[in-house]
Write a protein that binds this ligand. Structure first.
Ligand code: ZN
Length: 499
């Protein structure tokens, strides 16, 4: 076959997969938002059949041969070559493992999830420990089938953030520790900020009204996306022009739905603004978690918690909630929104203490795979690290080592990307501020202009380039964690008058 014919066949295969992916995405969104619970057994069974069909298409040996042929052809270049490489890389991860072992691993993950849930409910780590051990051993085996020059944990890190290694993460996290541990200590000892007026009853119906106003301010347009409610907020989509974001309203924590909406809209904008010709391909859905989080956190923290943002939006909030915000000026509101205090639960941590939660998980994962940390007594290791880095200790395993599902699921190497997101974002914002007047745009309701900068410098590429390449293109420099640490130090020194 000619090159053109081969490419045509390749893109037909991509489109066929994307049809199944679209159906599965829609079923997934529906399941987490509107679908009645009692229909779940019926739906899950059919969904599994669709997933199986998609798996067969993905792993079609004829297509593996076609990709190999195309990659051997030097005339295949640019977007075509990159796309074939990415698909090939992803699918080989699955194909490298003998099928019966893959099935057994899936089963083990299910059991492990069950054990984790039971352990969490009983707040008893010993129920989960044997499974954690088995999952780690199984993961070691799964990775051993791969043909890679990287060592085990580096391969895991690379799966979630291509190009990142232990060596790079070590540099990053050591800097984080060096600079943030003393800063957090100073903040803890400083006079604390009153947050009571955003931790009281805000009727949900009114919160929703304010949300309509906020979505308009965010230029989150109904022609290409909409918002639903869910238990655990997420963003999904079918194509760039069909984006679904979700939120959850808490009557006594009004800022939760607001900030999570700004966060999810950041993910949504990313998916919306990838070049249209990449719709339905790995260039859109294969974006690394670090890069995706960088955009959602950029929106949530660097824009949504800024003074200029609330200069535009605080008057309306105060008008709608006059009782709750009586006597609270904008400066006090902003201080409450940014207040920091070491806490036990990662997902509820503030901007300053959050990266330390990740440092702890990274050091444990690294130790588990290097053999310097054991699953036995890991709950105590966990507690000791919380005490060392954040000065607190969980009274229960439920709020300690059992709080996250990731390890039960076999996802090692994922946590570190959560910290990268905020750090990438700081460097992007620094570059952006040199080109456009971000504060002025926020003050004057031109959020769309900021989103457009992100589109032109980051979003439109999808994962055509990796994070390192995009960082260099957008900011002119390789990733430098000091932008992030400078930002945090400056912000919290001022906020807590540390002088
Ligand atoms: Zn996110």
């Amino acid at each position: 076959m000619s090159r053109e014919e081969n490419l045509k066949k390749f893109y037909e295969w991509v489109k066929r997969m994307s049809a199944y992916q679209m159906a599965l995405a829609l079923i997934g969104i529906d399941k987490q938002t509107l679908a009645p619970v009692d229909g779940s057994a019926f739906r899950d069974e059919r969904t599994a059949i669709l997933s199986g069909e998609l798996f067969s298409i993905e792993t079609d040996p004829e297509m593996a041969k076609l990709r190999k042929e195309l990659l051997a052809d030097e005339g295949v270049t640019g977007d075509d070559r990159k796309m074939i490489e990415l698909y090939d890389h992803e699918i080989n991860k699955v194909l490298s493992v003998p099928k019966d072992e893959y099935v057994a691993f899936d089963l083990l993950r299910n059991e492990s999830y069950g054990a984790w849930l039971k352990a969490k409910n009983a707040s008893d780590y010993s129920i989960f420990e044997p499974y954690l051990k088995k999952v780690i051993e199984a993961q070691k085996k799964m990775y051993s089938y791969r043909d890679s020059s990287l060592d085990l944990y580096d391969q895991m890190l690379d799966d979630f953030e291509p190009g990142m290694t232990r060596e790079k993460y070590d540099v990053f996290f050591n800097r984080v520790k060096e600079r943030l541990v003393p800063l957090i200590k100073k903040v803890t000892e400083a006079e604390q900020i009153d947050t009571s007026f955003i931790e009281c009853e805000y009727p949900v119906e009114l919160q929703k009204k304010y949300m309509d106003y906020m979505l308009e301010y965010l230029h989150f347009d109904k022609s290409w996306g909409y918002q639903n409610e869910t238990e655990h907020p997420f963003t999904s989509g079918l194509c760039g022009n069909d984006i679904r974001i979700t939120t959850k309203y808490l009557p006594e924590r009004p800022m939760s739905a607001l900030l999570s909406t700004i966060h999810e809209s950041g993910h949504g904008y990313y998916m919306h603004q990838v070049a249209e010709e990449y719709d339905g391909t790995i260039f859109n859905w294969g974006i690394s978690s670090g890069m995706h989080e960088s955009q959602s956190r950029l929106c949530e923290n660097y824009l949504g918690r800024s003074a200029a943002f609330w200069e535009a939006n605080y008057p309306k909030l105060k008008e709608m909630f006059p009782e709750q915000l009586k006597g609270v000026d904008q400066e006090h509101f902003l201080a409450a929104l940014n207040a920091s205090e070491p806490s036990l639960i990662r997902t509820e941590a503030d901007e300053l203490t959050y990266p330390l939660h990740i440092v702890i998980r990274y050091e444990i994962e690294r130790g588990l795979f290097e053999g310097t940390i054991s699953t036995e007594g890991l709950d105590q290791t966990w507690d000791a690290m919380y005490e060392k880095y954040l000065g607190i200790k969980s009274p229960t395993a439920r709020d300690g080592i059992l709080q996250d599902v990731h390890w039960a699921d076999g996802s090692f190497g994922y946590f570190p990307t959560y910290a990268l997101g905020s750090a990438f974002a700081a460097q992007f914002v620094h570059a952006m501020r040199q080109q456009i007047d971000v504060d002025d745009l926020l003050r004057n309701s031109h959020y769309d202009v900021i989103m457009n900068w992100l589109k032109e410098h980051i979003h439109k590429y999808g994962c055509r380039y990796n994070a390192d390449e995009i960082m260099r293109m957008a900011t002119g420099e390789p990733f430098d964690p000091d932008y992030y640490l400078d930002y945090l130090e400056d912000k919290y020194t001022k906020l807590y008058h540390l002088g």
